[in-house]
Design a protein around this ligand. Structure first.
Ligand code: GCU
Length: 837
């Protein structure tokens, strides 16, 4: 105890690993606690331990103890005197407590802190639990204002999609192995599953699909159904229903039938039987998620049936049980896309497939549409399919997992990106049709079924849930926006920061500033003007590889040649995609004059010399944006460093490491993209920066011992186009150089490549004095998809700050190869203060 006091006096905070995320319930400072008045009792109007109301009362007790240090009793009987009462409208009425709440919709709640009693009233139990979390969020942020309001969800579907495989790996997951699956079965220990449900309930998520859309039919085995029941039991008290992804061919591959034709009687009977059995294990199963005829997955088109035939097959099976089918619109034929055909365009696929099916879906089918027509790119035009589904219910698919957006190794706060889409007005039939508040809310059309949101959230076993602390604002933000797509992205961030790191203004301002700068910065140093992310499209989707963005069968193309770049998606001359939007929007994108710059290359093919609205040429904008983006990224670790001592050491150190990594990788991106387009276009950078690195010493020009010079493919991921690798696998080697800089304080950066399956070790010396040592162990410290190659994914940089250097000093790196890692080195940068290179 004394130790804790001591820490508190010093202003130090106990280490935290992130497991509690935004539900830390950290004690408020004494002077603030004094201002808080909470009733002394909690009355939970349901005594059943697995009910969300009961859970809410436990959460209130735990939270208030943590935040204010007050121990409250929980009872289940109403009593005289002030209390926090939590229950459904029906339970309040049954208990004889008169409440005057406005109309509440499903999952909605009423929260009143007026007077000496706190009323938390849910339309249903889930809503009451949400209300309890809301009250705790206020207290944790020292917000003791008197409130009395009702809030209802913008949409009924607020789901998560985990892409967990049954072997325990996670597709596009960057936070370790699955918390749901292990060794081709459901886990038996559901502790983390329940903790996840708690987090989800606190952001008002009400459903989760727990297995990968690229689904394994084995999930339907008897043992796995029993496992699903256990997972559902763990999540149910938190109001989170589970659902599963199905493999369309299951009747054949798992059921032993000779067909999976959706209109075949034996197939229908098989799915009906399986579904009935599933509902015996999980009576409140939310439903199914189906990826069909996409990226090699089986589907109804195999039998010349329509996608609606496929969706309705499942819809009919779950209908008697009250379930729904989320049918993905991400359908395209990836084998028959040929870039030599000017009119070919994967972006057209979803509307082409679904346009004529609008009146064909059963009322419990929801078509789940990715926010853009391609695939979670750094900037996309909103999917035009939303405008074509007037009768069919639809949901938007967002991606919290940062597949194309830095894989949780780059800070990228996503709500601003999502809000660009959610705020977009599609002007359907010439009327206001804002994607979030009009379409996904179900208000714009008289749709048949439920509408809403799904987010790919690849939480894993890592204590931080997503692999890194700051990425959690994206999960938090997702829940907030699914509830209310109009909520301000800065307000979301500020709430999240206070809940995650405390009330300190410097912390809040710093994290808000960095986060708000992060998506624009990432867009700047990856792909600009709507050209897409420019990552390795046929590989891990992490580092730069612009040439992979053409001539690939996936249909993600830039059509860049020596003179021009961009996808011509106009009706008059291109793929016709612009014409998939309602008239007013189509006209805007058809015309290069009215297309916003940030989507220019999404819609138009132009010469590199085309002048943008900002007065720059396309190519100069590319160059400038990449320099600007890397410069902004470099400020993140500097801004973060100012939080030392204000944030507990563990979270501080873990973020400091990642932000430093990001600063280095942003330069890898910057240089690769600029070199590539400089080489392709032959057009000089007006500021003469591309390929010029006055503060770098290339490894290939140093004195080498045990190292040899090698070329790299793709060429643009190495400074000076070449690198050095040690000769022989485990020999020790070194590079050294005599520096020629005027005396002063510099940052010393070393660029190297960190591969999977190998942990080379390095030590940096200045005149034989060790400056620092490190190991190529990104595979243990960062969760991105590692490669075995020397490329844009493995390119890494370490920086030692504030090194005193004088003319004639000798810098040396000693290295020891390990496994696949030949201790590859690219360059050393000797950077004066303020120089980003
Ligand atoms: C992307 C992603 C795949 C995923 C697919 C999908 O292509 O890279 O891993 O399976 O989207 O959403 O189905």
């Amino acid at each position: 105890m004394r130790g804790l006091w001591f820490l508190a006096i010093l202003g130090l905070v106990a280490a935290e690993d992130g497991l509690n995320a935004w539900l830390r319930y950290a004690r408020l400072p004494c002077n603030i606690v004094k201002q808080a008045a909470v009733p002394p009792n909690i009355v939970a109007l349901n005594a059943t331990k697995i009910s969300p109301i009961y859970v809410a009362s436990q959460e209130l007790q735990k939270g208030i103890k943590g935040i204010l240090g007050k121990s409250l009793n929980v009872t289940h009987e109403t009593s005289e005197g002030p209390s926090i009462v939590v229950g459904t409208i029906a339970a309040f009425t049954d208990s004889g407590i008169s409440i005057e709440t406005p109309e509440l919709e499903e999952d909605g709640f009423w929260l009143s802190t007026k007077g000496d009693t706190v009323e938390i009233v849910g339309q249903n139990e889930r809503g009451a639990l949400y209300g309890a979390f809301e009250y705790l969020s206020m207290l944790a942020q020292a917000n003791f204002t008197e409130v009395a309001y009702a809030t209802n969800p913008s949409a009924a579907i607020r789901w998560i999609n985990q892409w967990d495989n049954m072997d325990g790996t996670i597709e596009r997951g960057y936070a370790g192995l699955s918390i749901f699956f292990k060794d081709n079965a459901l886990v038996s220990n559901v502790t983390r599953v329940a903790e996840y449900a708690r987090l989800l309930a606190s952001i008002r998520v009400n459903g989760i699909i727990i297995n990968n859309v690229n689904a394994n039919a084995m999930i339907l085995s008897d043992t796995n159904m029993a496992g699903l029941a256990k997972v559902a039991d763990a999540m149910r008290p938190w109001g989170v229903k589970i659902g599963i992804s199905l493999n369309f061919a299951s009747p054949q591959t798992f059921g032993g039938l000779n067909t999976f034709d959706p209109l075949d009687k034996s197939v229908i009977a098989w799915w009906t039987g399986i579904t009935d059995k599933l509902y015996k294990h999980v009576p409140d199963l939310a439903g199914f998620l189906v990826k069909a005829n996409s990226e090699g997955q089986p589907g109804p088109l195999t039998y010349n049936r329509t996608l609606s035939d496929g969706a309705n097959l499942f819809a009919k099976a779950v209908k008697p049980h009250g379930g729904i089918v989320m049918f993905r619109a991400f359908v395209y034929d990836y084998q028959n896309l040929n870039e030599s055909n000017w009119k070919a365009d994967r972006a057209n696929a979803a509307v082409d497939f679904f346009r004529d099916l609008d009146d064909k879906f059963d009322d419990n089918v929801v078509v789940q549409v990715k926010y853009g027509p391609i695939d979670f790119q750094v900037r996309e035009a909103p999917s035009p399919l939303f405008a074509h589904l007037k009768q069919t219910a639809s949901a938007i698919e967002l991606q919290v997992t940062q597949e194309y957006l830095g894989q949780q190794c780059h800070l990228v706060y996503l709500p601003p990106l999502w809000k660009e889409i959610l705020n977009f007005d599609l002007r359907i039939d010439g009327e206001k049709s804002v994607i979030g508040s009009d379409i996904l809310s179900g208000k714009r059309f008289n749709k048949k079924g439920l509408t809403g949101y799904a987010a790919v959230v690849n939480v894993g076993q890592n204590a931080t849930w997503l692999g890194t602390h700051l990425a959690m604002s994206n999960l938090y933000g997702y829940g907030r926006l699914a509830w209310d797509p109009t909520v301000d992205e800065v307000a979301i961030l500020e709430d999240w920061t206070r809940l995650t790191f405390g009330l300190d203004d410097t912390i809040r301002e710093t994290i808000t500033r960095m986060s708000m700068e992060s998506w624009p910065a990432y867009e700047n140093y990856t792909g600009n003007l709507g050209i897409q992310t420019l990552t390795d499209i046929t590989g891990p989707h992490f580092g730069p590889n612009p040439q992979s963005m053409d001539n690939n069968p996936w249909g993600q193309w830039t059509r860049a040649d020596a003179f021009s770049i961009g996808m011509d998606r106009t009706v008059k001359n291109g793929t016709g995609y612009a014409g998939q939007y309602p008239a007013e929007v189509a006209a805007m994108f058809e015309d290069i004059e009215t297309t916003p710059d940030d989507l220019l290359l999404w819609f138009h093919h132009v010469p590199y010399t085309h002048v943008l609205k900002n007065g720059k040429t396309v190519i100069q904008h590319f160059y400038d944006a990449h320099y600007a983006g890397a410069e902004t990224a470099a400020t993140f670790s500097v801004q973060w460093a100012k939080l030392q001592g204000l944030i507990d050491q563990q979270r501080f150190d873990e973020m400091a490491f990642r932000l430093t990594y990001q600063a280095g990788h942003a330069i890898v991106w910057r240089d690769a993209i600029n070199e590539f387009y400089h080489n392709l276009s032959g057009i000089a950078d007006a500021q003469d920066r591309v390929g010029k690195h006055p503060w770098r010493v290339e490894a290939e020009s140093m004195t080498l011992r045990g190292y040899r010079v090698t070329a790299v493919n793709p060429f643009e991921v190495a400074s000076g186009l070449r690198i050095v690798q040690s000769v022989g696998n485990s020999s020790s080697a070194s590079v050294s150089v005599t520096l020629n800089y005027t005396a002063g304080t510099y940052d010393l950066a070393v660029a190297y490549y960190d591969l999977y399956e190998g942990k080379a070790s390095y030590e940096l010396f200045l005149n034989d004095k060790s400056i620092g040592s490190w190991v190529g162990d990104n595979e243990d410290r960062l969760g991105f998809t590692l490669t075995r190659g020397i490329d844009g994914h493995s390119a890494t940089r370490i920086t030692f700050k504030g090194v005193e250097i004088k003319e004639g000093d000798v810098v040396r790196v000693d290295a020891k190869a390990n496994g696949r890692e030949t201790a590859p080195l690219d360059y050393i940068a000797v950077l004066p203060p303020g120089v980003v290179d």
